[in-house]
Design a protein around this ligand. Structure first.
Ligand code: ATP
Ligand code: MG
Length: 396
């Protein structure tokens, strides 16, 4: 197959068939990927077990199957000319199996590193990127060997954690032992709790030719372990910090032989130093603003990387603030279900509302996001604070 995929380049085996981009996973990231792929004229296919997944609802084809189901993977490979993933816990094995049939980006091997906090930290260190002091706890012996210097710390499962799930704050050795038991004695990483001044992320896209382009530094506020607010340009950032973070991300991507969109989350400590927290082998919640604030979004670049199309450097054309809309907003103070008053929010200048089409709201569930752009950072922030007040989101 040609390395260049464009809808105009008909598939060799069946010249009548428009080219199709496939994605493993049907969540909101898959939905925004599908929208970007469709903008370029591609057909789209989603594999997800859920009949009403946000991306499955808007794709041309939905393969409703479990991620390791052989018939499902074959159906996706039969339909799609290139395949990507929208969530990092897709079985790496599924991506490897698909890669035997179709171009897959990012690779199963790269995604496997991102799925394991211990491997991820080792990769960062190998790239010369600083990480939090930590220890891997895999059994009683490694638990007993943990240095007191790592306490107070945060105990995190090595695999399958997200949005603060699979994490316990541990103040002392007794709490560490109880916490490890509570997490089911699975392999964990204990990280020293660091004095954070603020948090940032960078998103890069790396093409098959090794070219890397980066989005601007993003400043992130988390609440209860879940991203709440992203502000760009990062109010506490500097050009030097941005260059350092992008340099780290580019090295991390290059050393993985990575093809696709990659997000690295960083802590900035009170002494100004930068520490890599974790990475996501896909577009990231902190980059959703790019749809409205940049001339190319993180999803546009995901499409281009997997389709072998040229990468152009994205440009931020508007200062922006993104508010995550969690399911909590769909409940009033008495716990009764309600629909937020979108009309008031949509009346604000520069407000772009994105709802993911999820069938039911749950507390902590990501239901949508609101991007506010403004002529200046102060204007975007001012409007975002108004939107937050209207929606019942705490000020930031
Ligand atoms: P995600 O949804 O981003 O995958 P996660 O569940 O993997 O989240 P982390 O990113 O590891 O969780 O941690 C969530 C948040 O907890 C961080 O953004 C940070 O605010 C805080 N945190 C995590 N580790 C530390 C640490 N070592 N020291 C201080 N704060 C921390
Ligand atoms: Mg995180």
């Amino acid at each position: 197959m040609s390395t260049r995929l464009l809808p105009g380049d008909r598939a060799a085996a069946d010249p009548e068939r428009a080219l199709t981009l496939g994605v493993m996973g049907g969540g909101q990231l898959g939905r925004m990927f599908v929208h970007a792929a469709q903008q370029l004229g591609f057909r789209t296919a989603v594999l997800d077990p859920d009949a009403t997944s946000p991306a499955g609802l808007v794709a041309h084809a939905h393969v409703q199957a479990e991620y390791l189901d052989e018939a499902g993977l074959q159906a996706l490979a039969d339909t799609a000319d290139a395949i990507t993933t929208e969530f990092e816990n897709v079985p790496a094995e599924a991506l490897r199996r698909l890669a035997a049939r179709r171009p897959v980006a990012p690779s199963g091997d790269a995604v496997a590193v991102c799925q394991d906090r211990a491997a991820e930290k080792a990769h960062f260190v190998g790239c010369g990127v600083p990480v939090a002091p930590h220890a891997v706890i895999a059994d009683e012996a490694t638990l007993a060997a943990v240095s007191d210097d790592l306490l107070p710390g945060i105990l995190k499962t090595a695999r399958l954690g997200y949005d603060g799930k699979g994490q316990i704050r541990v103040a002392d050795r007794a709490a560490l032992e109880a916490g490890w038991a509570e997490l089911g004695r699975v392999t964990c990483v204990l990280e020293k709790r660091l004095p954070l001044a603020f948090e940032v992320s960078v998103i890069v896209a790396r093409g098959r030719d090794g070219r890397v382009v980066a989005f601007p530094l993003q400043q992130n506020l988390h609440r209860d372990g879940i991203l709440a607010v992203t502000t760009v340009p990062a109010p506490a950032g500097t050009p030097a910090l941005e260059a350092e973070a992008i340099g780290c991300a580019a090295r991390i991507a290059a050393d993985l032989g990575y093809v696709g969109v990659l997000c690295i989350e960083f802590f900035i400590l009170e002494d100004g130093s930068l520490v890599a927290n974790e990475m996501a082998p896909r577009p990231h919640n902190s980059g959703h603003h790019t749809i409205d604030s940049c001339d190319l979004s993180q999803f546009d670049l995901q499409v281009r990387t997997m389709a072998g199309l040229p990468l152009a450097k994205p440009r931020l054309h508007s200062p922006t603030v993104m508010l995550n809309l969690l399911g909590d907003l769909w409940f009033d103070a008495a716990g009764a279900e309600r629909t937020p008053d979108w009309a008031e929010v949509l009346a604000l200048p520069g407000a772009n509302l994105h709802l993911y089409g999820k069938e039911s709201a749950r507390r902590g569930r990501k239901m949508g996001h609101l991007t506010i752009t403004g002529a200046t950072p102060a204007a975007a922030r001012e409007t975002a604070l108004q939107a937050a007040a209207l929606l019942g989101i705490a000020p930031f």
